[in-house]
Ligand binder design. Structure first.
Ligand code: GCW
Length: 686
């Protein structure tokens, strides 16, 4: 009987619709007829109408009324769901309302009267795409916007189809902005030729409510403008930017503004001319102001000579608080170092009280297994957004410090570094799509839980509604119990698993080389900046391990508002997840569970490996519920992830053991790799 059932289930999975993943969470579903009533006509309203006709799962022949009518309780492009339709202040609000309505039908959530307002005004994807089509830290193929070669700027029908699909996916989760090029920006992007293509992209994105933005190179006036300087206070430079901005707006009237990486990692910036970040940002803000544009100015700065990289953004930007124009937003990475698997929140959140600040998250998994490891980042972002900064008393979470709830910000925004490329499934890993989805959902509503987001995403991405099904989606107990729940559990555990096998207990930045994929706690080639080498961060020696950021060390703790400063400083209260971020501790330091630090490190690495092995089981077991194509791809990637987790564990434990000189607890699985081989091979992406 059991054999029969298994055979049946396996056959069933073969017959599940082939799925290459291109349709993301917007897979065509059977729908029932619906009457859409709307007195307004526009490209965006037409899309809303079409989406309803394509995806309606409510009562057949029901009427849905779309009403554009000002309402003070609705903010910006928010909307009101009513029992018979959607009301909004503008067309985009209608479209978002329609997506919400359909999402509720497709995920089995009740459709009820409610107002939905976005947490942030600008919800932006940052693409680190270069003009030649390569993508910095991109792991899912080349750029969808740029390519190299002859005719690279000619806009083809295929380009337009892809940009439209991209826009639709973004809009369906509330993303309303896209920075089209890398923050390590090429000045080319501001040339007439490239702006022509930006205009063509903007025309497609606009219908879906997405504004285009560009990253700019600070020295553009000298590089392409023929000026002798790019000093932000020089009148000719000011004029150059004014003219350039005017030119852009004459082509793209709803252009969003600039994203700027300046005086950072070798990029030119105001400091090259003895000016401050505020001087640079304000000059651009003034040029953009008449057109309603904004400047997203990054706070990702650190210099090679400082003993603690984690302190520098705060040290450099805090003295400038209050000096920025109201259309400048300081873009701050979630953690003080650099998108590590786990960091405490950046102390700049909530601290800059007279300046708009926006979080920058990284959707592309530069430091979290790229497009090979299954890691659901919703959990990580939720942790950051819900962190209490205490800057305006208890409850001053990162979310509330950046969304305008606490400080009067003229503009609010959040950005995510995109993980998409030309791969058929956009993101390389089918589960990496969940991170794009999660970013959009959190940008819209920063109070959502990662649990809810994962639940929605799985239903939208994997559920096959029986054909002819009408009415709201109805998930069987079988599907829920045997697919949804185990897969959701796996997703929700996946980030902690990665922390366990890569960098537990507050360890950070122990990657080999610049690829940021495999382990390299030993990695320190002669002549390389020490802050680009792992020993700078883990500081392992025969006494212990960890970065002392208390008052006896770099005192980075002092950048956190009380009670955090004391809490992080005191070993009795410092959360164990941040232990080695803030403290250098002896190998035999006793943790709360009675284990020594060394043993605990071993246990974490071992647990991480076991967790991924468990994910493999979970996935193999859900085979009957997934189409062959996605099943096989995820299965293959999980195998690589398992092998990689083992390498991480072996590399870190065997290397740190040279300092701890203690045995790996005997009840744990032994390493299977040889440290010398690992060092020689310097693990890169398989
Ligand atoms: O995380 C680091 C990356 C760089 C990136 C930089 C940044 C775009 O390794 O590739 O450059 O951060 O955020 O500017």
């Amino acid at each position: 009987m059991k054999v029969l059932l298994c055979t049946f289930l396996l056959i069933q999975s073969v017959f599940l619709q082939a799925e290459d993943g291109h349709n993301l969470w917007l897979r065509a579903k059977s729908s029932s007829p619906v009457n859409v009533i709307c007195s307004k006509k526009s490209a965006t309203i037409d899309i809303a109408r079409q989406e309803l006709q394509q995806g309606w799962l409510g009562k057949a022949e029901a009427s849905v009324v779309l009403t554009v009518k000002p309402d003070k309780t609705i903010k910006g492009d928010g909307f009101k769901l009513t029992l018979n339709g959607v009301q909004a202040n503008n067309d985009l609000g209608i479209l978002y309302g329609v997506y919400e309505l359909l999402r509720r039908q497709h995920t089995g959530e009740p459709v009820k009267e409610m107002i939905c307002n976005p947490s942030y005004e600008a919800r932006v994807l940052d693409h680190w795409d270069n003009p030649d089509g390569s993508i910095e830290r991109g792991y899912a193929g080349r750029s969808i916007f740029w390519r190299k070669g002859e005719n690279s700027l000619v806009v083809t029908d295929n380009d337009k189809i892809l940009w439209k699909e991209y826009a639709r996916a973004n809009s369906s989760v509330g993303i309303n902005g896209a920075v089209l090029n890398n923050v390590n920006a090429s000045p080319l992007m501001l040339s007439k030729e490239y702006l022509g293509r930006v205009k063509a992209i903007a025309e497609i994105l606009r219908q879906y409510g997405i504004k285009t933005y560009l990253s700019i190179k600070f020295s553009s006036p000298s590089l392409i403008g023929g000026l002798k300087t790019s000093d932000p206070l020089s009148p000719e430079v000011i004029k150059w930017w004014k003219d350039k901005v005017q030119e852009i707006y004459s082509m793209i009237p709803d252009f969003g503004g600039f994203l700027v990486k300046a005086s950072s990692e070798g990029q030119p910036g105001p400091q090259d001319y003895g000016r401050t970040h505020a001087d640079g940002a304000n000059m651009m803000a003034d040029a953009l102001k008449p057109f309603g544009g904004i400047v997203m100015w990054r706070a990702f700065v650190y210099s090679p000579d400082d003993p603690d990289r984690a302190k520098q953004a705060y040290a450099e930007f805090m003295p400038l608080d209050g000096q920025f124009r109201d259309n400048v937003i300081i873009q701050v990475k979630n953690g003080p170092v650099d998108f590590q698997p786990r960091e405490p929140f950046s102390p700049l959140f909530g601290a800059m009280k007279k300046t708009s600040v926006m979080p920058e998250l990284q959707i592309t998994q530069e430091y979290l297994g790229q497009s090979i490891h299954l890691v659901f980042l919703g959990a990580m972002w939720e942790e950051c957004l819900k962190s209490d900064t205490y800057q305006d008393g208890p409850g001053s979470t990162v979310a509330r410090c950046t969304d305008g709830s606490i400080y009067a910000q003229k503009h609010t925004a959040i950005a995510g570094v995109s993980n998409i490329g030309l791969d058929t499934n956009w993101c390389g890993h089918p589960f990496a799509q969940a991170n794009w989805y999660a970013f959009g959902r959190l940008a819209w509503d920063n109070k959502l839980t990662s649990e809810q987001i994962a639940d929605e995403w799985i239903k939208l991405t994997f559920y096959e509604s029986p054909s002819g099904n009408t009415g709201s989606a109805d998930f069987s107990a079988d599907w829920t119990g045997n697919f949804l729940n185990p897969v959701k559990k796996m997703m929700l555990e996946s980030r902690e698993a990665t922390v366990n096998y890569m960098m537990p207990l507050g360890l950070h930045h122990i990657f080999a080389g610049d690829h940021h994929y495999g382990p390299g706690p030993w990695y320190a080639p002669k002549g390389l900046r020490s802050d680009w080498t792992p020993p700078y961060y883990h500081k392992a020696d025969t006494i212990g391990i960890g970065f002392d950021r208390t008052s006896t060390g770099s005192n980075a703790v002092s950048q956190y508002h009380e009670p955090l400063n004391s809490q992080f400083s005191d070993l009795k209260t410092c959360p164990e997840i941040y232990l080695l971020w803030f403290h250098h501790l002896p190998w035999d330091y006793k943790l709360q569970n009675g284990r020594t630090l060394w043993d605990e490190i071993c246990y974490h690495y071992d647990t991480g490996v076991k967790q991924v092995r468990e994910f493999q089981k979970v996935w193999d077991k859900v085979q009957p519920y997934v189409d062959q194509e996605r099943f096989a791809l995820v299965q293959r990637k999980l195998r690589s992830q398992s092998k990689n987790a083992q390498v991480w564990k072996d590399a870190c434990l065997l290397y740190f053991q040279k300092f701890s000189r203690k045995p790996i607890p005997y009840e744990l699985e032994r390493p299977v790799n040889d440290l010398n081989d690992l060092i020689k091979n310097d693990m890169r992406r398989p």
